[in-house]
Design a protein around this ligand. Structure first.
Ligand SMILES: [Zn+2]
Length: 306
């Protein structure tokens, strides 16, 4: 689970630049973005471009601290060719495309009002909508690059019309974009306390909700029970869904839950979680920044304690 610890660390600590994510779980991810799987008419509407190299994207810097994605002319001048390798979707009348940029191509460009940044550093710099679209771009291009050939027979794959999939030209094996779902859970007890844990990988004295990847064959509720017992040795039940948050580092989806303590004393695993305690609402330790679903689980719990 070390890989997950690293992902979670970046998730919780790396993006303290919040921009008012203090929305409800159901509202935090509300977006009008419509994914598209077939190329739209390039002569209709506005077209914007996410140029990607590795996990970094190029943005146009505007006033201090804000940036936007690129228009047709900007994208073409940087790429040196027509942009638009992969259609992502539409937000209102604006179509968003992803294009792959060769390593070193941006560095040799003389456009000093553009910036090449990793997604995490661009959070709060791009708008929420464009940041999420940029996350789709990096994941989709990576998926497309890694599925050029069939994993079963090695022959060439081809894109499937009108769906996001690649299919082997010889045996029909299908490949779909991959996500790695992870649960994140706030445990509450009837005496008004909640259980938060401290991760070994954190270099700040922060406590948060518990989290872990879903394993094949598990329901999400199974994962919650297993991860909680593995990490802190207590049993939980009455597991309720809270909300979700995409996290493109590289392809996670955080699924938030609230669960009730049933039995057991805290016994941390000492590997992933090095300390865990029951906390009262008026005596909380350092907790994650507002953009994270972990924080929203905690804020929701706090709201329910009054
Ligand atoms: Zn094949």
């Amino acid at each position: 689970m070390h890989e997950f610890r690293d992902v979670l660390l970046r998730y919780l600590v790396g993006s303290c630049k919040s921009d008012g994510f203090g929305r409800s779980a159901s509202g935090m991810l509300a977006s009008m973005f419509e994914p598209l799987h077939a190329n739209p008419d390039r002569t209709v509407g506005e077209h914007r471009h996410i140029l990607v190299t590795g996990s970094r994207v190029i943005v146009r810097v505007e006033v201090a601290g804000s940036a936007r994605t690129l228009g047709d002319v900007e994208a073409e001048s940087i790429l040196g060719r027509e942009p638009g390798d992969l259609i992502l979707g539409r937000l209102g009348s604006v179509y968003y495309w992803a294009s792959r940029l060769a390593e070193g191509q941006m560095e040799s460009s003389s456009l000093d009002d553009h910036r090449l940044g990793d997604l995490r550093s661009l959070h709060g710099v791009l708008s929420d909508d464009e940041w999420n679209i940029a996350g789709r771009a990096t994941q989709m291009l990576e998926w497309q690059r890694d599925h050029q050939f069939c994993g079963r027979c090695g022959r060439a794959n081809e894109a499937v019309r009108n769906t996001r999939a690649m299919r082997c030209s010889a045996d029909g094996t299908m490949a779909f974009p991959r996500l790695s779902p992870a649960v994140i859970v706030l445990i509450e007890r009837s005496d008004g306390c909640c259980l938060l844990g401290r991760n070994r990988g954190w270099d700040i004295p922060m406590y948060s909700t518990l989290a872990g990847f879903v394993e094949p064959g598990e329901t999400l509720e199974d994962t919650v029970r297993r991860e909680v017992f593995e990490e802190v040795g207590v049993r939980v039940d009455n597991i309720r869904y809270f909300g979700s948050q995409p996290w493109p580092f590289p392809n996670s989806l955080m699924l938030g839950f609230v669960a009730e303590w049933v039995e057991g004393e805290i016994t941390v695993d000492g590997d992933e979680v090095i300390d865990a305690q029951w906390f009262r609402p008026d005596d909380l330790p350092m907790i994650p920044p507002p953009m994270s679903i972990a924080r929203q689980l905690i804020d929701d719990w706090l709201d329910r304690q009054t």
